[in-house]
Design a protein around this ligand. Structure first.
Ligand code: UDP
Ligand code: MG
Length: 305
């Protein structure tokens, strides 16, 4: 069986087309299927619409979360529930074309790969999002050391083995594309053009996008800490020489009352310290979050057979 996992949050105007196009692709595959739609606490009629579709076709299964947990959590809920031998994950706004599932399936089926990632050749998105996401992807590829991850998002398909690997990662702060790289296995790619969202506004505000990027970088890299350490060491060296100069100046009596230089160095050091504390705080916060051990999502109701 093949499982398609799709998170949806306030997508009432999209679910009809989403389900129509997904069904078309899935019914053409020589395999059983299930569509797992995770309603991430929508406030509009998304859930009601999903239920209407389920009435017509009980291979459409719905996991309704108790509130909005964010789309990485929603994906996680669906992945944990999926029963297929092949499991695809796809955004629900049709930016990722369901038709590509066919191609991913064939590649996976050949047995050569365990995970097939959708790689974005180009994106039809607003310019500011395009810039933010491509800077993030460049940076994340560098700091995480996962070479293959550039321009790869959630859209992907994997076999049971790889999914079990992914589900073994129990961290609470989740960036699934990074985690999918982390588990290894044999990773393949299919390229595609990321369409514009079919309808409505992005449910990931710029702020949420930054938060997701920070989660990704802080959970897969110690580079931010390294940068702090490195700058700290440079600072020590610089101020050692500066200190020697000040002492010499004092001894030989050509020290002037340097109000501005004192103030500038206080400001400078103060801001560096605050930045470093902020970076440390990010890690402390994350380890606090992990140790709280709260569930990633809570289910209100599951609509299955
Ligand atoms: N989504 C979700 N919960 C959220 C935000 C988004 O389940 O809190 C879903 C959304 O309905 C869509 C997918 O995740 O199916 C991707 O979201 P979106 O298209 O808004 O993000 P973008 O593509 O702009 O990054
Ligand atoms: Mg989108």
């Amino acid at each position: 069986m093949i499982s398609l996992v799709v998170p949806v949050y306030n997508e009432e105007n999209l679910v009809d087309e989403l389900i129509r196009r997904s069904l078309k692709v899935l019914t053409e595959l020589p395999m059983e299927y299930e569509i797992l739609l995770v309603d991430d606490g929508s406030q509009d009629s998304t859930l009601a619409k999903l239920l209407q579709h389920r009435n017509k076709n009980n291979r459409i299964k719905i996991i309704a979360l108790s509130r909005n947990f964010g789309h990485q959590a929603a994906f996680t809920a669906g992945l944990e529930y999926a029963k297929g031998d092949y499991i695809a994950m796809m955004d629900g706004d049709l930016q990722d074309p369901p038709e590509l599932i066919n191609k991913m399936y064939l590649k996976l089926k050949s047995g050569e790969f365990d995970i097939i990632n959708g790689k974005r050749k180009s994106k039809k998105e607003k310019i500011n999002r395009k810039i933010i996401t491509s800077v993030f992807h460049k940076l994340f590829t560098k700091v995480s050391g996962f070479r293959e991850i550039e321009n790869v998002g959630n859209f992907s398909m994997m076999n049971r083995n790889a999914l079990n690997g992914l589900l073994a990662l129990k961290e609470k702060i989740r960036y699934l594309p990074g985690m999918r790289s982390f588990v290894g296995f044999k990773q393949g790619f299919v390229e595609y053009v990321r369409e514009e969202r079919k309808e409505g506004k992005s449910k990931m505000s710029i702020w949420k996008l930054f938060a997701l990027g920070a989660d990704a970088i802080f959970s897969f890299s110690k580079l931010p800490l390294r940068i702090c350490l490195f700058l700290g060491i440079i600072g020590i060296v610089v101020f050692l020489f500066a200190g020697i100069y000040v002492l010499i100046a004092k001894i030989f009596g050509f020290a002037v009352l340097g109000w501005s230089s004192t103030l500038l160095s206080i400001y400078f050091l103060g801001s560096i310290q605050l930045t470093f504390l902020g970076v440390l705080g990010e890690y402390v916060f994350r380890s606090y979050k992990e140790s709280q051990n709260r569930p990633v999502y809570l289910v209100k109701e599951i609509f299955d057979d």
